[in-house]
Design a protein around this ligand. Structure first.
Ligand code: GLY
Length: 375
């Protein structure tokens, strides 16, 4: 069964309604040609962007846009999210004669969706794109909401654009070929939604989990497309997760081990062998410990965070062997988080639910890290 989840956005010029549908379910990718025909009726050709792992999957041949197309293959993994690849893709689009009325189709996980979406956002000052999301992480998060972009050596997702797709296909059948670690990476995001108004998620079938996560994200994006307010809640658990990723990548750049993609392909890494979603799982329990330290929640709620993470088969442990200086380094990365204006800011649970909390003291942030390290 295919579930259609609408993403309703504000109005465009002349009051035209904006928005698109996300189709979730087994076989949703078979809808691609219909989506292209209805979403970009003037298109004469499309550029399909994917990675080498997805291109080698037996089902890739079956994903057809219904128009003449050229396939552009990038290397799998977070390292492909570069300005150099944006330039390479745009030059290839130009050589292929891709017009402004044509379209880009991203087929892959979050890396492909972010990269191809950003190339689409900038080529000809913006061409339409859609995503066939092939990983759990992409289906429940990256493909929805129009955040596109690439990394710089100085940090993740530092260059990007809000550029909404004309549709997203979340084919849950494709998840059957997903390596277990990649599935775990997506489950970290599923765990996050459990605390954003979807408490029943861990007990649901995978299709229903995906549809509920998409609907929850769609409602936050509809409310706050450009993250001026409540969309920031989607970063629950991400402050420590991003710090773990940045610190591991920094160590790798200095030749001190860590970093690299913890996974063979797809969703990038939290470093130290942690996938992004695994790092988010750790970050969720850390956020709960910090919230308790600030008197916002009690023991039961902290336990619930641990239970949800464990029920989804994830771990709440910091990477082994993290020293005191390693914890202080994580703190300095957390201080650079994009939510922090000039202070330490976290999305934290509390009596009124999850919300953005500014002005957290370094002592509390470090204290909660030490607590996490001791468990
Ligand atoms: N991944 C968080 C967001 O799309 O806002």
């Amino acid at each position: 069964m295919i579930t259609t989840v609408p993403v309703t956005l504000g109005t465009a010029g002349a009051g035209r309604a904006r928005g698109y549908d996300v189709l979730v379910g087994e076989g949703a990718s078979a809808e691609l040609s219909r989506l292209v025909a209805t979403g970009v009726p003037a298109a004469r050709q499309v550029a399909v962007v994917t990675d080498a792992v997805v291109a080698a999957m037996p089902w890739f041949e079956g994903i057809r846009p219904g128009l003449p197309f050229e396939v552009h293959v990038v290397e799998p993994g977070e390292r492909s999210k570069t300005m150099a690849n944006v330039e390479a893709l745009c030059r290839a689009f130009a050589r292929g004669g891709l017009a402004r009325s044509d379209a880009v189709v991203a087929v892959g996980g979050g890396v492909v969706s972010d990269l191809a979406g950003f190339a689409a956002a900038t080529y000809h000052r913006g061409v339409p794109y859609c995503t066939v999301a092939t990983t759990l992480l992409c289906q429940v998060d990256a493909a929805i909401g129009g955040k596109t972009g690439v990394n710089l050596p100085e940090g993740k997702n530092l260059v990007g654009a809000f550029w909404q797709p004309f549709g997203v296909l979340c084919d849950t059948e494709l998840l059957e070929t997903l390596p277990a670690r990649e599935r775990a990476s997506g489950l970290g995001e599923v765990a996050k939604y459990t605390f954003l108004g979807e408490p029943d998620l861990p007990g649901l079938a995978l299709d229903d989990q995906v549809a509920r996560c998409v609907a929850r994200k769609a409602s936050l994006v509809a409310e706050d497309e450009r993250e001026a307010g409540r969309r920031v809640l989607l970063n629950y658990g991400h402050t420590l997760a991003h710090a773990l990723e940045a610190s591991a990548l920094g160590r790798a750049a200095r030749g001190e081990g860590g970093g690299g993609d913890g996974l063979s392909h797809g969703e990038g890494s939290g470093g130290d062998g942690l996938s992004h979603g695994e790092a988010v799982a750790v970050g969720l329990v850390y956020a709960a410990l910090l919230a308790r330290r600030l008197g916002r929640i009690g023991d039961e709620r902290v336990e619930l965070h641990r239970e949800v993470v464990e029920r989804l088969g994830l771990s709440a442990r910091l990477p082994a062997g993290l020293s005191g200086s390693g914890r202080r380094e994580l703190l300095s990365y957390m201080a650079r988080d994009k939510k922090a204006a000039h202070d330490l800011a976290f999305v934290l649970d509390g009596p009124s639910g999850v919300e953005l909390v500014h002005g957290v003291s370094p002592e509390d942030a470090l204290g909660a890290l030490e607590e996490l390290a001791c468990t």
